[in-house]
Design a protein around this ligand. Structure first.
Ligand SMILES: NC(=O)c1ccc[n+]([C@@H]2O[C@H](COP(=O)([O-])OP(=O)(O)OC[C@H]3O[C@@H](n4cnc5c(N)ncnc54)[C@H](O)[C@@H]3O)[C@@H](O)[C@H]2O)c1
Length: 271
């Protein structure tokens, strides 16, 4: 099961949550993994994330399982820093085969971020973290992948980017994530002739430490079991998403590009 032996992967936002799960899975498949995050110990912010750690960082976890990894602290909203991060990966391992542009997320509360009353500071921040961060990472890896004439890019949207919330809240995040999904369709057209596949995943409600501590308790559905909204009657796990990333970065998806794949258990987003 060393499908990714010899491959080099970059996962952004990999210090905790979904990004950590992607990094561990790719390392488990034999890839050398650059674990990139604004804060390589961000797991400390949430008790459940800290508890899940088996070593001091995602990088150390990969090294402990016999894999190869480097940790690079990078803010994806800083274009020069992203370029420096990718340069370091290329200097270390000579190539980049996989980018999982996972860093991102929302800020503010749904009730304060309705579509018609968006604060411009929050709109800028969330668009930068998500859309700009994704574009900067792609800009930095694309020349390397083009030269190799191969590569896999996975971007990260959200169900919030596929359809609106029932009350119009969290519009800045939804708009940024919708932009990532559509950007990825353009990306697939641009890079396809170079043998590079680009696809986007749109997770639903995934039980990361952050989601369970902050989003689920504060949501408009806080007083009811969110799993009722899912056809599969359960919330998602980080592994549910990591399995789809595995599909998108291995030969199983050789002829798949420009797609946006929801990983939401068949969720219906109604009040
Ligand atoms: N958890 C969910 O249910 C869910 C659902 C839909 C989409 N997503 C998306 O999946 C991705 C990961 O979500 P998560 O729940 O694991 O989030 P999380 O907040 O638990 O982890 C995000 C990681 O990204 C890092 N990060 C934040 N800003 C950064 C920046 N500017 N530069 C570099 N790193 C930065 C953080 O330090 C953190 O380690 C995000 O893009 C999020 O929007 C998550």
């Amino acid at each position: 099961m060393n499908k990714l032996q010899g491959k080099v992967a970059i996962v952004t936002g990999a210090a905790r949550g979904l990004g950590r799960a992607y990094a561990l899975r790719l390392a488990g498949l034999g890839a050398k993994v650059a674990v990139s995050d604004l804060n390589l110990k961000s797991y400390a912010e949430f008790e459940a994330e800290a508890k899940a750690m088996t070593a001091d960082s995602t990088t150390d976890e990969i090294l402990a399982m016999g894999g190869e990894a480097i940790g690079i602290e990078t803010d994806v909203t800083d274009e020069a820093a992203v370029q420096a991060m990718v340069n370091r990966v290329v200097q270390t391992w000579g190539r980049v085969d996989i980018l999982v542009a996972n860093a991102g997320g929302g800020r503010g509360r749904p009730m304060d971020t309705k579509a018609s009353t968006l604060d411009s500071g929050l709109l800028h921040l969330v668009t930068e973290m998500n859309l700009y961060g994704t574009v900067y990472c792609v800009n930095a890896v694309a020349p390397v992948m083009k030269e190799q004439r191969s590569g896999r890019i996975v971007t990260v949207s959200s169900i919030a980017g596929l359809g609106p919330s029932p009350d119009g809240g969290y519009a800045h995040y939804g708009a940024a994530k919708a932009a990532i999904a559509h950007y990825t369709r353009y990306l697939a057209q641009d890079l396809g002739p170079f043998g590079i596949n680009a696809n986007c995943i749109a997770p639903g409600v995934i039980t990361t430490g952050r989601i369970m501590a902050t989003v689920v308790p504060g949501s408009i559905n806080a007083n009811r079991d969110r799993s009722e909204q899912m056809a599969l009657r359960r919330l998602g796990s980080v592994e549910d998403c990591a399995k789809v990333v595995e599909f998108l970065v291995t030969d199983l998806s050789d002829y798949v590009s420009g797609q946006v794949i929801a990983i939401d258990g068949g969720m219906v987003r109604s009040g």
